[in-house]
Design a protein around this ligand. Structure first.
Ligand code: ADP
Length: 152
């Protein structure tokens, strides 16, 4: 059976921390689906179209990475996609607490779906999309925090 992982996130914007997790996870799976969750209550800082196009551009050379957006429950999206894994990154104990709750709830709803966590690379463990947004909102230069080749 082919190993398909869904990496769900807002990617608002994608950071070098996300990129590092995705590239390190590639040897573990046959396909990684980068899935941008559409939040019906808030539209995000960067438009969804832009976020999708950045992901497509960054990973254009990697046919095993797909980019999609989805709404609704992540487990329902995983079922529709035929994914058997969820991929997430862990930076801090706070991430762990948050992910533990979601991971266990997902597990009770879909027991054959495993959540796989990769520890953040140390150089990216303080990097978050929310801080990058804050810098951008205030006119700062965010290039060192986002993957090469995109210019939010
Ligand atoms: P969400 O809105 O679902 O938290 P994010 O796009 O913020 O989506 O994050 C998606 C995943 O990427 C989460 O598992 C998060 O912990 C992980 N992540 C975010 N930043 C980093 C980083 N700097 N290093 C490793 N993992 C990260």
């Amino acid at each position: 059976m082919s190993k398909i992982a869904v990496f769900p996130g807002s990617f608002d914007p994608i950071t070098r921390g996300h990129e590092s997790v995705i590239l390190r996870a590639l040897p573990l799976f046959d396909t990684i689906v980068l899935a941008i969750g559409e939040n019906l209550e808030k539209s995000g800082y960067f438009p969804l179209e832009k976020r999708i196009n950045w992901l497509k551009k960054i990973f254009a050379g990697e046919p095993r990475i797909r980019v999609v957006s989805y709404s609704g429950l992540t487990i329902d999206f995983c079922r529709q996609t035929g994914a058997n894994f969820i991929l997430r990154g862990l930076r801090t104990a706070a991430d762990f607490d948050f992910e533990r709750g979601i991971g266990l709830m997902n597990r009770s709803m879909m027991p054959d779906l495993e959540t796989v966590f990769l520890l953040s690379a140390p150089e990216y463990s303080a990097l978050s999309s929310s801080i990058v947004r804050e810098i951008h909102r205030n006119g700062g230069d965010i290039r060192q925090f986002v993957p090469e080749g995109i210019s939010p």
